[in-house]
Design a protein around this ligand. Structure first.
Ligand SMILES: Cc1cc2nc3c(=O)[nH]c(=O)nc-3n(C[C@H](O)[C@H](O)[C@H](O)COP(=O)(O)OP(=O)(O)OC[C@H]3O[C@@H](n4cnc5c(N)ncnc54)[C@H](O)[C@@H]3O)c2cc1C
Length: 483
């Protein structure tokens, strides 16, 4: 087996699918006996939908729930407008995380890889040529690479000795998926009580109730019982709203930590295993998918032997700096959510700023990840360079198509709109295309994850040497095809 993926959450499922798509042998194990029925997240954002679109999958997800053209930064009462977001999907999709995972698992099964439930990673020994991974049950198996997608308490991260520096929790919250004895007793949205606020979010067949927990027990792993949650809710409200039929009771915090390496030799981390942050903005699934999409094709090229030197290292560079932005953004929102009245002037000022279109646009690019720009190491002034290229409408061989469609096989694509196309390595799809909406573009090298690695335009022409440099950085040819 080439790659073992630990964890069948969003990160593990997508990274495994990317590997399978590239023809790499992959196993996915998860310690749970079956997918958990508890649903944590309920959203997919613009960036996730764009990425899923590059594999022809967005439609499956969009069929599952409503979309809303707004998101938030810190203050749920002042939504940010997404309609001006430079995205193919300028909205948030409401979809239970469990359903997202089911759809990803289905995609993985279509690619021939079943999830192996009930197998926990309990040991690993990484060497220069592979990783010996101990599974319980299952014994020791050998993989060329191990990807730890095993969540915030990642065993893989700990066993690999990867540091997880950051800040400890200072604020705690409680969450209860419950029903109300009297359905009218608590309105949806925010209710201000005598000792804090209550958020009541309608979910299919139940209510998610979220409150602060100013004095958590010494042992933060103490299970949250319905009785305990009821008492905390009564305290916040100052009156009793009777809860019943608990489905899931949980505690969360504003702890923020990030792995000090995402790649440690033959062991990699993605998703919550690599970063934890305050829940503000509900982005964890989305960041996990962005990690997976960035890692998958790079690891696949490495396994298949045609990766340029250092390609895996760019996963570490790109996603660790993106993760740092997520930590900063969620921490900022968490601070702004502190009920301390001394923060009121800051909140008011931010609300005034966010009402300005430019600030709105800046914030929505930040919280959705749509503003993500990687350093491609080549010159160029085009605004798409280093960013996800929009799903361009194209004409190829007289037939209409689109960039997202061309990217479905997960290979790099050189779109060439001018005369005399260059020679490219055999791993790259060279596509002579017309792009009626953007007639000034001469060529774009698009990585398998949809990011522009090189662009030449009539206004900003780039010499062949810069294209060669980009090809050598992202898509070196297999030795048999070199030269
Ligand atoms: C209450 C709550 C609400 C949230 N709401 C949202 C939201 O609306 N939108 C959003 O984007 N994000 C949300 N999040 C965050 C989101 O749930 C996580 O960020 C996301 O699940 C991370 O995905 P992952 O694949 O990295 O890890 P996980 O989903 O945690 O998956 C890790 C998997 O690894 C398995 N595993 C663990 N240890 C081992 C082992 N040793 N061996 C094998 N398998 C193992 C686990 O069983 C699990 O299946 C929310 C989180 C919480 C707690």
């Amino acid at each position: 087996m080439s790659v073992l993926v630990a964890g069948a959450g969003p990160a593990g499922l997508l990274v495994a699918a990317e590997l399978a798509l590239a023809g790499v042998g992959v196993r996915v194990v998860d310690r749970l006996p079956a997918r958990s029925a508890f649903c944590r997240g309920f959203t997919l954002n613009a960036r996730s939908l764009e990425l899923l679109d590059r594999r022809g999958l967005a439609g499956r997800f969009l069929a599952e729930g409503p979309t809303v053209p707004f998101t938030m930064f810190a203050d749920p009462s002042r939504p940010l407008d997404l309609t001006t977001l430079a995205s193919d999907h300028p909205y948030v999709l409401g979809i239970p995380q469990t359903r997202t995972e089911e759809l990803l698992e289905q995609w993985l099964a279509e690619l021939g890889v079943p999830v192996e439930w009930g197998h926990e990673v309990v040991g690993l020994r990484a060497g220069d040529t592979g990783v010996d991974v101990t599974l319980a049950p299952g014994g020791t198996v050998r993989a060329d690479y191990l990807v730890g997608c095993d969540g915030s308490r990642s065993t893989v991260r700990k066993l690999a000795g990867i540091g997880f520096p950051g800040t400890d929790a200072t604020r705690f919250g409680l969450l209860a998926d419950v029903e109300l004895a009297d359905p009218e007793a608590l309105p949806f949205g925010m209710t201000t009580g005598v000792d804090g606020t209550v958020f009541a979010i309608p979910r299919p067949g139940y209510l998610r109730v979220v409150i602060d927990e100013p004095h958590p027990p010494e042992d933060r792993d103490t299970p949250v019982t319905l009785d305990y949650f009821q008492r905390q809710l009564d305290r916040v409200l100052g009156y009793r709203v009777e809860l019943r039929a608990p489905r899931w009771l949980s505690r969360f915090s504003d702890a923020a930590r990030q792995a000090d390496r995402y790649v440690a030799g033959r062991v990699m981390l993605a998703g919550d295993a690599a970063h934890v942050h305050p829940p503000a903005g509900a982005v964890g699934v989305n960041v996990a998918l962005a990690d997976a999409m960035n890692l998958g094709w790079k690891l696949a090229a490495t396994v298949r032997g045609h990766a340029p030197a250092g390609l895996l290292g760019t996963y570490d560079d790109e996603r660790r700096s993106s993760g740092a932005v997520v930590l900063r953004t969620t921490r900022a929102q968490s601070v702004l959510g502190d009920p301390d009245p001394r923060l009121d002037p800051v909140r008011e000022l931010l609300a005034e700023l966010a009402a300005l279109p430019q600030v709105n646009d800046y914030l929505v690019e930040l919280v959705t990840g749509v503003g993500t720009r990687y350093d491609m190491g080549v010159p160029g002034e085009h605004p798409w360079l280093g960013r996800l290229v929009p799903d361009l409408g194209l004409v190829v061989d007289g037939e209409p198509t689109s960039l997202a469609r061309l990217l479905r096989p997960g290979r790099p694509v050189l779109l060439w709109f001018a005369e005399r196309p260059p020679r490219v390595p055999g791993t790259v799809v060279l596509c002579r295309a017309e792009c009626p909406v953007h007639p000034g573009i001469e060529g774009i090298l698009v990585r398998p994850d949809g990011f522009a690695a090189w662009i030449s335009t009539a206004a900003d022409p780039q010499p062949q040497s810069t294209l060669d440099a980009a090809l050598a950085t992202w898509c070196a040819p297999p030795p048999s095809l070199a030269g």
